[in-house]
Design a protein around this ligand. Structure first.
Ligand code: CA
Length: 225
C-alpha cells in the first residue's frame, strides 16, 4: 500500500513516513499544497493524508482540484482542534475521513488501513488477493496456484499485488517504478524488468494460467494466457 502525506510540519511528515514504513506501507511526503496536488494527481496512491492548513494551496483546495480531475484516492484530512467548519467543508469536498490534531499514530494507521482496504475489498478474501487461478497471501507473501505455492520477496510481492489489483489493465513501467521504488529512488526500468522476469519464473513454477504480458514500449498486463 502506498500513502501520500501532505503536511507542512516537516518533522511530523517525516516521522509519519518512517512509521508507515515500519508498518509495511510505503509513504511519500509533500510539504506544501502545490507539490502535494502534483503528487496526488499521479493517481499512484492508495490513501492520502492531507493537512488543511498548508502553504501554497490549502488542503480543501487540493482535495477539490483532485476530485475535479477524477482522482478518487481516499483522503483523510488532518484538522486542528476547533476547525469544525473545515471538517464540514472537507467532507463536502470529498474527504473520506478526518482526524483531529494531535492524534495517535495508531489511530492514523488504523484509519489508513481501513480506507486502503475499502478500495480493495472486492478482491480481498481471507487475507489474500486473487485473480483467476492465483491467490496471493498478503501476510505471508505466498503465491499459490492449485496446491502449488512459492514465496515472494518483498519487491516481488509489491509488484504482484499491484498487478493483481489492476489485472487486465496495462500498468506502465513508469507507474511500477514510482509506486514500488518511490520518487527518490535511483532504480531504473532495468530493475523493473529483472523483477518481472523473477515473477514470470515463479508463475511458471506454480503452473499458473496467468501470465505477465509485455506491452512493448508501455508496460505490463496481468492476464489469463
Ligand atoms: Ca499545517
Amino acid at each position: 500500500m502506498r500513502v501520500l502525506i501532505i503536511e507542512d510540519e516537516k518533522r511530523l511528515a517525516d516521522a509519519l513516513v518512517q512509521i508507515f514504513g515500519k508498518n509495511k506501507m510505503t509513504a511519500d511526503a509533500s510539504y506544501n499544497g502545490i507539490d502535494g496536488l502534483d503528487n496526488a494527481l499521479t493517481g499512484i496512491y492508495d490513501v492520502i493524508v492531507l493537512d488543511i492548513m498548508l502553504p501554497g494551496m490549502n488542503g480543501i483546495e487540493v482535495l477539490g482540484k483532485m476530485r475535479r480531475e477524477g482522482i478518487k484516492t481516499p483522503v483523510i484530512l488532518l484538522t486542528a482542534k476547533d476547525e469544525i467548519s473545515d471538517k464540514v467543508k472537507g467532507l463536502d469536498s470529498g474527504a473520506d475521513d478526518y482526524l483531529t490534531k494531535p492524534f495517535s499514530t495508531e489511530e492514523l494507521l488504523a484509519r489508513v488501513r481501513a480506507l486502503g482496504r475499502r478500495t480493495a475489498t472486492e478482491l480481498i478474501c481471507d487475507n489474500s488477493l486473487s485473480f483467476d487461478d492465483l491467490s496471493l497471501d498478503i501476510s505471508s507473501y505466498i503465491l499459490t496456484c492449485q496446491g502449488n505455492s512459492v514465496k515472494l520477496g518483498l519487491k516481488e510481492f509489491s509488484i504482484m499485488e499491484l498487478l493483481i489489483r489492476n489485472a487486465n489493465k496495462i500498468i506502465t513501467k513508469e507507474n511500477l517504478l514510482v509506486k514500488i521504488w518511490g520518487y527518490e529512488s535511483d532504480a531504473e526500468y532495468n530493475n523493473v524488468e529483472v523483477y518481472i522476469s523473477f515473477l514470470r519464473k515463479k508463475l511458471g513454477y506454480i503452473k499458473s494460467n496467468v501470465s505477465i504480458k509485455t506491452q512493448r514500449g508501455v508496460g505490463y498486463i496481468l492476464e489469463v494466457k
